[in-house]
Design a protein around this ligand. Structure first.
Ligand SMILES: *[C@@H]1O[C@H](CO)[C@@H](O)[C@H](O)[C@H]1NC(C)=O
Ligand SMILES: *[C@@H]1O[C@H](CO)[C@@H](O)[C@H](O)[C@H]1NC(C)=O
Ligand SMILES: *[C@@H]1O[C@H](CO)[C@@H](O)[C@H](O)[C@H]1NC(C)=O
Ligand SMILES: *[C@@H]1O[C@H](CO)[C@@H](O)[C@H](O)[C@H]1NC(C)=O
Ligand SMILES: *[C@@H]1O[C@H](CO)[C@@H](O)[C@H](O)[C@H]1NC(C)=O
Ligand SMILES: *[C@@H]1O[C@H](CO)[C@@H](O)[C@H](O)[C@H]1NC(C)=O
Length: 327
């Protein structure tokens, strides 16, 4: 799609506004959506019935589609989660939607990779490097069969929420994630990610939670994820993280769940952690011997710390089932 085509669409919009508010301007978006539909395998045939060429109201009335509220009928949101979709998701086509801000594909059986060769995309959404303000703020492709690495997401600098849990992503987490200023919810659990967590995570953003459990991550726990004092959950179970628990989390007054068991952490548990006012779960088990602190063993905890934390500890030690942020 050339810029000229887009300009034409723009003027077309205004000259025919009264007659064809929906169909004209969105015709590019319409084509993209129809192409998208044709590349998906849809187990329940009714599910995308409204996605068709002459549907009257146009793509803004398609199931799962939300358009710009300022009235120019461009697609800003696609929500196809939990619709029994499979096949290879055509990220390349979606990148042609100029105004897309939210993409939700969770809980399907979609496969494929977030492709490396997206620089040809006409949209600013996916282009790496040169575009400084791509508009995608919300990406949820969790619980699918996606693979490849996450490097193509490093340019999505406006991300607020990134949900990619339960896929087959491998490779390293782009260090650029640590520089995203708006990222608050990051869920990458149950993939095959390696390397360190970006150490800058949270130093610029108001983190609400991170869940990167059940990967193959190494290196230390980033110290700043509660820097702005808003974080509620830090879940890094079952990786191979090393070093000690940063002292900074002992002053994270909002923290409700702190779970780092099944790693290779060492050192001393910051004493203040046990007394945090909102903490419901602190989970260090399986790893306790490595901390070398007899006083954190169960029987001694019951003598030494306040009763609320005793409960906390028992719940965690007794096999708390809320292992993940979405549980
Ligand atoms: C529609 O609105 C969005 C958001 O304001 C803007 O980015 C886009 O350029 C507009 N498109 C047209 C065709 O006016
Ligand atoms: C991105 O968002 C900004 C602010 O909402 C808007 O002005 C701009 O037109 C958008 N760009 C695209 C390509 O939609
Ligand atoms: C991107 O553009 C290059 C050069 O124009 C071309 O060789 C390549 O096949 C294109 N890739 C895609 C995915 O369209
Ligand atoms: C972040 O996650 C929390 C807890 O699940 C939720 O309440 C909040 O709305 C999410 N924020 C965004 C921006 O998605
Ligand atoms: C975890 O890391 C430690 C220290 O780098 C290493 O010795 C150990 O083999 C790793 N364990 C696994 C399961 O990868
Ligand atoms: C903890 O492990 C790191 C390497 O992972 C090591 O450099 C450090 O000396 C260890 N500290 C203690 C107290 O064992």
């Amino acid at each position: 799609m050339s810029p000229a085509t887009r300009n034409f669409g723009f003027f077309h919009h205004f000259s025919f506004l009264v007659f064809s508010l929906f169909t004209v301007v969105s015709s590019d978006d319409l084509q993209v959506l129809l192409k998208l539909k044709s590349s998906l395998l849809i187990s329940n045939p009714g599910v995308l019935n409204s996605w068709k060429l002459n549907s009257g109201a146009g793509p803004c009335s398609f199931t799962g589609i939300t358009c710009d509220s300022r009235g120019n009928s461009s697609v800003t949101e696609i929500d196809l989660s939990r619709r029994g979709l499979s096949g290879e998701f055509p990220f390349n086509s979606v990148c042609e939607l100029q105004t897309l801000e939210k993409l939700s594909l969770g809980f399907n059986s979609l496969s494929g990779i977030i492709p490396g060769d997206l620089r040809n995309c006409s949209s600013s959404i996916w282009i790496s490097g040169t575009i400084s303000s791509p508009n995608l703020t919300y990406l949820d492709a969790s619980a699918n069969l996606l693979n490849g690495d996450l490097s193509e997401l490093r340019s999505l600098t406006n991300l607020v929420s990134l949900q990619l849990f339960e896929n087959e992503f491998a490779g390293e987490i782009p260090p650029e994630f640590g520089e995203f200023k708006d990222l608050v919810n990051l869920s990458l659990y149950t993939n095959k990610l390696t390397g360190p967590l970006p150490q800058g995570l949270g130093s610029l953003a108001d983190f609400d939670f991170i869940d990167a459990s059940e990967n193959l991550l190494t290196g230390p726990i980033p110290p700043d994820m509660c820097k702005t004092g808003k974080m509620k959950a830090l879940l890094l179970l079952q990786n191979n993280l090393t070093g000690s628990i940063p002292e900074s989390y002992a002053s994270c007054l909002t923290l409700e769940r702190f779970r780092v068991s099944d790693n290779s952490l060492n050192g001393t548990v910051p004493a203040g952690l046990w007394g945090l006012p909102k903490l419901e779960i602190i989970d260090l088990n399986e790893q306790l011997p490595r901390f070398g602190h007899r006083r954190y063993k169960k029987r001694e905890i019951s003598r030494n710390v306040v009763s609320r934390v005793q409960q906390v500890f028992r719940r965690a030690a007794g096999g708390d089932r809320r292992r993940h942020i979405s549980d």
